[in-house]
Design a binder for this molecule. Structure first.
Ligand code: NAD
Length: 454
């Protein structure tokens, strides 16, 4: 009844059946986590760092196995999946280094000394989505553990397998029993029980903006700490002075990677009107050349969508009257395939231009000048990422400062480096993950004044 089928999105075959966690299991897991956390917080920082480095090494040892799990349960191309497993490894290694650098301050005062401590919060719930199951889990789990907390990870219903394997690997590497547990199951049961549990000190949620808003409201009731990484509808702004060939060649990967199921997908392409037609001429062959096929083929660049439900959602944005400029191809037969699709809506307010589609669909819209580009870029409730293509350094900086988004790139589409901060403006999220301050988000700062008076 509570079991979840894991389906291979490329073949529609059942890969595994995973029993769902019950609310009673969640309560038992929180108890185990609490006692493990007490021990963990009391463990010497150097020993905790060494253990997390062992976890990183062990993930590296199982990198190919983890990548193949992601090919099976998420339909990710094997090249992408290897990167994802490597990203989880790197997160553990990076967070381990943070343990030895979780320094407090010594603040000048008279009559004594004043120092600060970064203390762990306790038990952290990480609720993850299906689009990047391993990296997004590791973004929360690794720094939370490093800061001295225990972690309960709730993976998405459709992609629990890599999370389960990650926790086994961590245990094999020597992480104490109960410190990092995976609780698969339904969001409204397991996720909800974690959010409401009074002994869960913080929720790190990555997923849709609608569920994120609900979780934030629930957390308010207990003044529970919360980090939210939500949706995106990210602009790719191409000025007339850009290297147009390079900008067009880089565009397919920017919205087709992970079949567009990427919160950072640049699915709103804004092109200065004077070069619009030339850009479209360059874009069409580039999109058609993006290699779609079997995820286990190392040459594949784009696999299927995650599920039939996701395919229906994507289709709902591309009805019979949709302003299709051109499309790529997709395999026939079994699997949740959907071709790359480029739309040229007449209005910048069209649903496809402002709502997150989470599929291989982009819109291209013209703009007149710099001010118009910034206005259009900010014309959504989201603010996660974006790209700016120009040869003018001053313009690159002005537009970077003008766009309300947390992660921008100039003459590139890169958004995420684990050693740089990541997070959203507006309804794309709350708080930051990754980067040098990642551990701080899992601590309370305590200030202590010690009098030196006799
Ligand atoms: P989702 O919101 O449906 O689910 C995300 C997770 O929340 C899942 O584990 C789900 O089981 C759980 N959940 C669902 N209802 C819940 C509830 N009531 N209480 C507690 N937990 C609940 O999102 P999804 O469809 O899995 O993921 C796609 C979305 O994630 C997209 O909108 C995408 O933009 C967003 N996303 C954002 C980022 C980011 O970093 N900003 C990264 C990846 C994905």
């Amino acid at each position: 009844m509570n079991d979840h089928l894991v389906i291979n999105p490329a073949t529609e075959e059942v890969v595994a059946t995973v029993p769902g966690t019950t609310p009673a299991d969640v309560y038992a897991a929180v108890k185990r986590a609490e006692s493990a956390q007490e021990q963990w917080a009391a463990t010497a920082p150097g020993d905790r760092a060494r253990l997390l480095r062992c976890v990183a090494e062990r993930i590296d040892h199982h990198l190919d196995e983890l990548a193949r799990i992601e090919v099976l349960e998420a339909g990710h191309p094997i090249g992408n999946a290897r990167w994802e497993a490597g990203n989880a490894r790197d997160l553990f290694a990076y967070a381990a280094g943070g343990i030895e650098r979780l320094n407090g301050l010594q603040i000048p005062v008279s009559g004594g000394i004043d120092v600060t401590f970064h203390e762990p919060l306790g038990v952290i719930a990480v609720i993850a989505p299906w689009n990047f199951p391993m990296p997004i889990a590791a973004w929360g789990v690794a720094p939370a553990l490093a800061a001295g907390n225990a972690v309960l990870l709730k993976p998405a219903e459709v992609t629990p397998l890599s999370a389960i394997r990650l926790a086994e690997i961590a245990l094999e590497a020597g992480l104490p029993e109960g410190l990092f547990q995976v609780l698969p199951g339904a969001g409204r049961i397991v996720g909800n029980a974690l959010v409401e549990h009074p002994r869960v000190a913080k929720v790190v949620f990555t997923g849709s903006t609608s569920v994120g808003k609900r979780i934030m409201a629930q957390c308010a009731d207990q003044v529970k700490r919360v980090t939210l990484e939500l949706g995106g509808k990210n602009p790719n702004i191409i000025f007339a002075d850009a290297d147009l060939e390079q900008a067009a060649a880089a565009t397919p990967g920017s919205f087709l990677d992970n079949t567009g199921q990427d919160c950072c997908a640049r699915s709103r392409i804004l092109v200065q009107r004077s070069v619009f037609d030339r850009y479209m001429e360059l874009l069409e062959p580039a999109v058609k050349a993006f290699r779609v096929g079997a995820p286990d083929d190392p040459d594949t660049q784009m696999g299927p969508l995650i599920s039939e439900a996701q395919r229906q959602t994507v289709r709902s944005f591309v009805n019979d009257d949709a302003p299709v400029a051109f499309r790529g191809s997709a395999p026939d037969g079994k699997g949740f395939w959907y071709p790359a699709t480029v739309l040229t809506p007449s209005s910048p307010d069209a649903a496809a231009a402002v709502e997150e589609i989470f599929g291989p669909v982009a819109v291209v819209l013209p703009f007149e000048d710099e001010a118009d580009a910034v206005r259009l870029a900010n014309n959504t409730e989201y603010g996660l990422s974006g790209s700016i293509w120009t040869r003018d350094v001053g313009r690159a900086l002005r537009v970077s400062r003008g766009v309300s988004a947390g992660n921008l790139s100039v003459n590139s589409h890169s958004s995420v480096r684990y050693w740089a901060p990541f997070g959203g403006y507006k309804q794309s999220g709350l708080g930051r993950e990754l980067g040098p301050d990642a551990l701080a988000a899992f601590t309370e700062t305590k200030n202590v004044f010690i009098s030196t008076d006799d």
